[in-house]
Design a protein. Structure first.
Length: 230
């Protein structure tokens, strides 16, 4: 798969679980309200009524665009991945940057995106087993396969950068896919411990993102690169 294909996704694929082509602003409002509801109540305890109430709308408005709570949950997954692919994918294409600098920027952007879209990120890990059991329609199975495809595509952005870093001697000689798993695990753990706050300064988020990115990149540095870095 080419770099261009890795970072471009058609709108039709992203909104495949909607009843009709929802305007972007309407879809964004519904997904944001649902993500917050899932984060606060959990997937199982959240109803379409809860989502509608938080929007100050009728549930008929929700059903105009989505057939079920399951479809909304799938679309939240798709949207969260689309945002990561768009933002981090653009950095992955920056071959004017050396691999270590590029990986640092990718990790930092991943962390920033997670923390600034935390309701989306937290909601995608809640009630996952119950959610999978609720999938019944063929289009839902297709959409969840697409979610996995996007996850693999996103992981490959990091794998490719790690491979390049190993080849140039910047990173230690380790299986690049194995190295990527704990790297993404460390970044994704913000899903658990990061709590948004109305009085949290943007500079605080920047500092956290810098620390996470530095931690991840330093873990991969080769002995020679560590001597230079020190």
């Amino acid at each position: 798969m080419s770099d261009k294909k890795q970072t471009q996704h058609s709108k039709d694929e992203v909104v495949a679980v909607t009843r009709s082509s929802a305007p972007d602003d309407v879809r964004a409002e519904i997904l944001q309200a649902a993500a917050v509801a899932f984060m606060q109540r959990g997937y199982a305890a959240t109803s379409i009524d809860d989502v509608a109430d938080s929007l100050g709308a009728t549930k008929g408005r929700i059903y105009h665009y989505y057939r079920s709570k399951t479809d909304i949950f799938i679309d939240i997954h798709l949207e969260a991945l689309r945002v990561l692919l768009d933002r981090v994918g653009a950095i992955a294409l920056r071959h004017d940057l050396d691999p270590a600098t590029r990986l640092y920027a990718m990790c930092r952007e991943h962390a920033l995106t997670f923390m600034t879209t935390i309701s989306y990120q937290k909601s995608t890990i809640l009630g996952l087993n119950r959610f999978l059991l609720s999938i019944t329609a063929p289009y839902q199975h297709d959409a969840t396969r697409y979610v996995q495809q996007l996850r693999d595509e996103y992981e490959n952005l990091f794998v490719s950068t790690v491979i390049e870093g190993i080849e140039k001697g910047d990173f230690a000689k380790i299986d690049p896919r194995f190295a990527t798993k704990p790297l993404l695990g460390a970044l994704n753990w913000a899903n658990i411990w990061f709590e948004p706050s109305s009085d949290r300064e943007l500079s605080d988020i920047d500092t956290i993102a810098d620390c996470l990115a530095e931690y991840c990149v330093k873990a991969l540095l080769s002995p020679a690169a560590r001597k230079i870095d020190s």
